[in-house]
Design a protein around this ligand. Sequence first.
Ligand code: PHE
Length: 373
Amino acid sequence: ELKTGKPKREDVITGSADNNVSDYIYEKMGADLHRQPDHPICIIKQAIYDFFEKRNPGMFKTFDDRYPIVTTHANFDEVLVPKDHISRSPNDTYYVDANTVLRCHTSAHQAETLRAGHPAFLVTGDVYRRDSIDSTHYPVFHQMEGVRVFTEAEWTAAGADATALAEKDLKDALEGLAKHLFGDVECRWIDAYFPFTNPSFELEIFFKGKWLEVLGCGVMEQVILDGNYKPGHKAWAFGLGLERLAMVLFDVPDIRLFWSGDDRFLKQFKAGDLSARFKPYSKYPSCYKDMAFWVSPEFSENNLCELVRNIGGDLVEEVTLIDNFTNKKTGRTSNCYRIVYRSMERSLTDEEINAIQDKVRQQVADVLKVELR
Ligand code: PHE
């Protein structure tokens, strides 16, 4: 009775006053990049599934088609996200209506999957976040959630206390995963905070001369497990971003390439092959436009980026604040943003960019209620 498949438009873009989902976002739904065998996002997913299958044969059940529209209860409350946490704000999350969102993380499925009785699972899906625009951020990306539950018999047999066993198995599994994907890399653990795990960690790997954050994880908060599985158990959980891993591993320089559908990109990857390295086929020239305005109290950069994306689509490569000052007398603040346009597929004409930029300027003034300078 769980819903699957591509949502209907009217189930995403509703008449609710709280709805902040655009057609641009709706059009991305149901693409299922993580289920196309030769797509780099799916190749990474499969490599992770293979790793866990080899480490613990038959243990992890995998889910790839959980419905991306979830309740705020599932997305936030069930994983203990505080009522005043910024991730709940409509500036950060896409709301379908007041009680329904496009999931902003696969952690939205932890509780329901535990309730269904699964002691170990991997859930992969598209997640949605309002954010800034640059080569590594896209409003839709893919995450995988992993959960493993331990019984009392397991920590007794290990001669460890429950938390120690969960933490040890978690770190051992994820370090093994990092080496499975990236070769013999150095790993380090950073203390972190997530509302749903305690203790919480981030894994970093040393790759091509830099420490890179790979994932977040920790020992599941006991109330989540007790309330949705059964008391007397212990669990770990992790969540990782597939685009991030794929960009690092396959040398993909811009996150939009995953969505381009361009054969010159897709042809470079093959199911089961982790050794592919993306060879750029040509970088088309970029073009930038600067835009300065007096901000209003309600102004937010995420709203600006959303607006620019809705007009310029995937031609928008980056939006950056390049200058900002406050007039001492009037107290008004001026922001200057640079919008960089570039297509991954072709050369752009001046006319085309000017038309987009004119529309952006007009809507920025009309919709964001700022005063252009
Ligand atoms: N949901 C977290 C995120 O999106 C990742 C995470 C999952 C961290 C599970 C800990 C445990 O950043």
